[in-house]
Ligand binder design. Sequence first.
Ligand SMILES: [Zn+2]
Length: 291
Amino acid sequence: MSTTRTDSDTPQYRGRFAPSPTGPLHAGSLVAALASFLDARHQGGSWALRIDDLDPPRQVDGSIELITAALQAHGLEWDGPMTYQSLESDRYEHALSQLEQSGWLFRCRCTRATLSAQGACGQGCADRELAADEPHSLRVRFDGEHPHEFDDRFLGPQVLDSEAIPCDFIVKRRDGLYAYQLAAAVGDAQPQFNAIVRGADLLESTYRQRWLQHVLGLEPPHYAHVPVVSDERGNKLSKQTGAAALNMAFAEQNLRGALSHLDQAPPPESVRSASDILEHAIEHWSFPSGA
Ligand SMILES: [Zn+2]
């Protein structure tokens, strides 16, 4: 990739793809990877690969090798070394202590049976002093002043529907694992990233993560959400629901399918190889705000 660094005040675009090692890439994850890749490359930016490996019980052996092989088979070459969320525990601990010091954190002893339908604490744990040695998760109150709006680079202005978001959410699980919202909020606000492109199923999470970044004093990245791929029953394709692995022998067709899903102009039929398809797609990448 040729990137021309300039001395302008505009920060260079720094994007990433962040798969969980819970299985091979499927058509839905290819769309998310491709969108963030094209958005980065179109703007002459960098594109990193971060493995979100914070949930060992859900991890599947060999996934990282399958994911990296699939990205390479589709011409999606990342910059720099791969990074791993599991190596960032110090950052999460630091964030938790900041949240504790600023009074946002509370111990919650709820189990699945006592959580609200939205997944919030259902027993008023925030108002009790729970002993540290009693099994508990760590949650944050999500009811103070927080950013209710943000500009999604693809979807346009977004306004929080407060009814849709629980009044608290988990940042460290009962089993001691760091929760997705905390790790994503902290990890995506590191200086090596400033542009997050991902599936629209994460739109609600973005409010929680932006709120965490706000109270932790972190600079939020720009967010953009792309349409998710659904199966014939309307469910989002996911590894958990058994989405089929990408067939790497059909990389060109897979890329054309993903481009079509992203509403991009199809490369001419004369454009054959994966790298030529990507080159065409980088040049013509367009995702108008408000689409
Ligand atoms: Zn509780």
